[in-house]
Write a protein that binds this ligand. Structure first.
Ligand SMILES: [Fe+2]
Length: 195
C-alpha cells in the first residue's frame, strides 16, 4: 500500500477517470480530460512505492496499479532498467503514457501503405518527467519505447482503455510481420480497486 492510502494521488486519479467513463465520455474527451488528470498524478512521484520502482535485470516490468471493475480502463507502472526497451508493438485501445522518473525514448511507426503492411518509422522523441504521450488506433498506436538513460532507471505511468495485462495485441518485427502477445503484470501489489 502506498504512503497516502486511498486518499492519495492514485486514488484521486482513479476517481477522476472513473467519473469520466461513468459519464460515457468519448475517446477524444477521455484523452483530453484524462491527460490533465494524469499530469496531476505524475507531478510528484512519492505516491508510488519504492518496491514498484525497482528494475529487473531480465527486462522491463509492468505493475498493475488499478483495473476498473468493469474493465473500462487500467493504470499500471512500467519500470525500465538501463538499456531496456520494448519491441515495436500496438495497443488496440486508447492509451496515455506519462513519465514519472527518468527519461524515455519513443519511436512511432505506421503502416507504409495500409493496415497490416510493412511499417515505416515516423516521429522519434524523448519524454522527460511530466511529459505525456497519447496513443489510440485512431491517432496511431504503434511504437517502440525504451529507457533513454544509459545509467539510470525510468518509470512511467500507463493508462489504457482496457486491462492491458489481458489484452491480446501485436508486436512487429522489422518487416512489419505481426505476432500476437499479451504483456502480463509483474506484480499486483496494490488492490485492483484503488478508489
Ligand atoms: Fe506502448
Amino acid at each position: 500500500m502506498n504512503a497516502h492510502g486511498d486518499a492519495g494521488p492514485l486514488a484521486d486519479f482513479v476517481r477522476g477517470m472513473t467519473a469520466l467513463v461513468d459519464h460515457g465520455a468519448d475517446e477524444a474527451t477521455i484523452l483530453r480530460d484524462g491527460r490533465a488528470l494524469l499530469a496531476s498524478l505524475i507531478a510528484q512521484e512519492d505516491w508510488l512505492p519504492d518496491a514498484l520502482m525497482q528494475p529487473d535485470p531480465d527486462g522491463y516490468r509492468i505493475h498493475r496499479l488499478h483495473v476498473d471493475p468493469a474493465g473500462r480502463f487500467s493504470v499500471s507502472a512500467m519500470v525500465w532498467g538501463p538499456g531496456q526497451g520494448t519491441p515495436i508493438h500496438d495497443h488496440t485501445v486508447w492509451g496515455m503514457v506519462g513519465v514519472l522518473k527518468g527519461r524515455e525514448r519513443c519511436e512511432e511507426f505506421s503502416p507504409l501503405l495500409e493496415p497490416g503492411g510493412p511499417l515505416v518509422q515516423g516521429h522519434v522523441h524523448e519524454l522527460a518527467p511530466g511529459d505525456i504521450d497519447l496513443v489510440s488506433p485512431t491517432i496511431g498506436d504503434i511504437h517502440r519505447v525504451s529507457n533513454a538513460l544509459e545509467d539510470g532507471v525510468s518509470v512511467s505511468i500507463h493508462v489504457y482503455g482496457g486491462d492491458i495485462g489481458a489484452i491480446e495485441r501485436s508486436r512487429f518485427d522489422d518487416t512489419g510481420r505481426a505476432t500476437p502477445f499479451v504483456s502480463p503484470y509483474a506484480s499486483c501489489l496494490l488492490p485492483s480497486r484503488a478508489a
